[in-house]
Design a protein around this ligand. Structure first.
Ligand code: 5GP
Ligand code: 5GP
Length: 228
């Protein structure tokens, strides 16, 4: 026979159901961490401009670290009072020039790109990451993933060859343990090519997680991985 519970015990047991949990207090559910392949950014009809600091390395570059909701929607431009302030990240700038290069035209030193990413996306994660922590997290994630090496280890080389979407996804899953989202764009000859790779990151900005929802992006059946 079940022992009858005192009303006090029942109230204590049910309490968590009614209290706001820490996740309810958060203003987003996870991050997308997005890497871009410079070869694919540059060989479209729109072309690209190298940063004023010089041609970037033939490596994936950071596009951004984007707060997102589990339903696929996302907040943006959350705090107009929090301007991008380079003096807060002076120690990171030389790393950002290497790992977060801008390829948009006209040529610039990256400040415009980083300002845009902080103001549009970073300000929506200020409850967990201040400006320094935001940019540092992105740099740390890139290093942790080592994506180009992971692809190479899986036989996927940036040499103008063609691969199936599954071959690319499987190589990344094997090398990182995580299922990525893949975005393609189209080169001047109309080939589908590997443009951006999406990973999901927990709200601390440091732990890679399986994506609660994958970004809906399309690729052709043959995907080129162009050289840069
Ligand atoms: P596009 O429409 O070119 O894919 O994306 C334009 C911009 O919208 C991106 O660079 C990014 O700032 C934002 N964006 C697009 N898709 C997503 C998404 O799924 N989540 C978040 N947080 N931002 C996105
Ligand atoms: P999104 O809103 O797509 O995150 O940010 C893209 C914005 O950053 C656009 O205004 C784009 O012109 C600028 N931008 C500057 N450099 C780059 C770059 O290397 N890649 C991409 N995707 N956008 C860049």
């Amino acid at each position: 026979m079940m022992k009858s519970q005192s009303p006090l015990v029942l109230v204590l047991l049910l309490l968590p159901t009614f209290l706001p949990t820490s996740s309810a207090a958060r203003d987003f559910d996870f991050f997308y961490f997005v890497l871009q392949w410079p070869g694919s950014y540059c060989d479209t009809r729109r072309s690209c401009c190298y940063p004023s600091t010089g041609k970037p390395a033939a490596d994936f570059g950071i596009h951004g670290l984007w707060p997102n909701y589990n339903d696929g929607s996302y907040p943006s431009n959350c705090d107009p009072d929090s301007a991008y302030d380079e003096s807060k990240i002076e120690d990171l700038i030389s790393s950002m020039q290497v790992h977060w290069p801008t390829l948009a035209c006209p040529s610039s030193d990256g400040t415009h790109f980083w300002t845009h990413e902080w103001e549009k996306h970073g300000t929506c994660a200020e409850s967990v990451l201040d400006q320094h922590a935001y940019f540092q997290s992105a740099l740390g994630l890139k290093k942790q993933l080592n994506l180009l090496q992971v692809l190479r280890d899986g036989g996927i080389e940036p040499d103008g060859g063609f691969y199936s979407l599954n071959a690319i996804k499987n190589a990344i899953k094997k090398g990182t343990g995580i299922n990525p989202g893949i975005e393609c764009n189209v080169d001047e000859s109309g080939n589908s090519q590997l443009y951006q790779v999406y990973f999901c990151v927990d709200t601390s900005g440091t732990e890679l997680i399986e994506c609660p929802v994958h970004p809906r992006r399309r690729c052709g059946s043959r995907i080129e991985f162009p050289a840069f």
